[in-house]
Write a protein that binds this ligand. Structure first.
Ligand code: AGP
Length: 369
């Protein structure tokens, strides 16, 4: 086992640090920005269906569902097709309206999640096309879908999903760019510009990982907190959910993720000097709005930990702690902003003496409903 951990104390830490490579592996042979090429073999025979779908339905559980939420923003922004993101466990029992014109994407690291598998069977029985985004080759979900794309993140051992999440987002990003280009909702020049930016993401993830020692210091300060709030908007809203889930599952600290603007509709009542609030406040179209949400928390004496874009001075002047990530296209920010959140949950859990790789009550894949 020590050899498998490759010198790391835990699989989770190894997997967090592997992300520059796992994302590059996921894009290898698919993305060639220099020549403006993006090829997803799994989509070849289904591109027509995908392109002409009335609606995309994404179904998944847990972290994979969060990747699906990021994809909702991606598909709607680049390809202008309406998207619904469904918890597989709800979808399967809701008698949902599904037709042959729907393109269903099922996301699963393990490819064995019982609820996701059942949701696939249901959608299939209604005539929809089902596309899988799985990590485990030959898994049940990979076999149950009409077609799919593997994430090629390599085996993920830690129960808390990290590198599988960023690989899922990478595949979904490539799908959205391809779809936008084919449908003509993304111009050639924008498409090429985005392909180039995406190809450079692994290097930027490497840079984001360098915040580790700063993250460790913050973890030391807040490790005994009883609650955490994670807030983000737009593409960073699913990242807020993911940050909160990571903390809950491995450190057993209660954490909630919320769209930052929803805070005033309830969670703001929780804020006092005891409450650490993690803001994902990168420079994007909702930046100014997030800044005013930070002010609201500050006025109530909440402790502010902010994930910001490199060089940010405004949030730096307001927050108690900042963690920088490199600048990128707004749509690709989740691939970077989630990194310090993974590290934060990891360090807090280690400092609390928790079993990071095998947290209590959790299994790596949930094969029962
Ligand atoms: C993530 O950290 C969790 N352990 C969990 O939410 C997981 O993402 C979920 O059970 C779905 O698993 P899957 O991707 O293998 O289908």
């Amino acid at each position: 086992e020590a050899i498998e951990k490759g010198g790391y104390d835990h699989f989770m830490l190894k997997e967090i640090n592997e992300q520059p490579r796992s994302i590059a592996d996921c894009m290898r042979g698919r993305l060639d920005a220099k020549n403006g090429r993006l090829v997803l073999g799994g989509l070849r025979d289904y591109m027509n269906k995908f392109q002409n779908a009335d609606r995309i339905i994404i179904t998944a559980c847990g972290t994979s569902w969060h990747a699906g939420l990021v994809a909702e923003y991606l598909f709607e922004e680049f390809a202008r097709i309406p998207v619904e993101v469904e918890y597989a466990s709800e979808f399967r029992y809701r008698n949902p309206v599904i037709s042959e014109k729907d393109f269903v994407i099922a996301i699963s690291q393990s490819g064995e999640t019982a609820d996701t598998l059942a949701a696939i069977e249901l959608a299939k029985s209604k005539g929809a096309t089902i596309f899988g985004v799985c990590n485990v080759v030959g898994s049940s979900i990979a076999r149950a879908t009409h077609a799919g794309c593997y994430t090629h993140a390599g085996p993920e051992i830690g129960v808390a999903s990290t590198k599988a999440f960023t690989a899922q987002i990478s595949v979904l990003t490539m799908m959205a760019l391809m779809l936008g280009y084919q449908r003509g909702t993304l111009t050639e020049s924008k498409y090429v510009q985005l392909l180039n930016e995406l190809e450079g993401i692994p290097v930027k993830v490497e840079k984001a990982l360098k915040m580790n020692s700063n993250v460790e210091k913050i973890a030391e300060i807040y490790k005994d907190s009883r609650n955490f709030l994670y807030l983000g908007r737009g593409y960073n809203f699913p990242v807020a959910l993911e940050g909160a889930l990571k903390l809950k599952e491995i450190s057993y600290i209660h954490a909630e993720g919320y769209p930052a603007a929803e805070m005033k509709h309830g969670p703001i009542a929780l804020i006092d000097e005891e409450m650490p609030v993690v803001f994902i406040a990168t420079k994007d179209t909702s930046y100014e709005k997030v800044v005013s949400n930070i002010q609201e928390v500050k006025a109530r004496k909440g402790k502010i930990i902010a994930v910001v874009t490199e060089g940010d001075t405004v949030v730096r002047g307001m927050a108690d702690h900042v963690l920088e990530v490199p600048d990128t296209a707004e749509a690709f920010v989740p691939l970077l902003s989630v990194i310090p959140l993974q590290q934060l949950s990891y360090h807090i859990a280690v400092m609390r003496g928790c079993n990071v790789d095998q947290p209590r009550n959790l299994a790596k894949s949930v094969t029962v409903e």
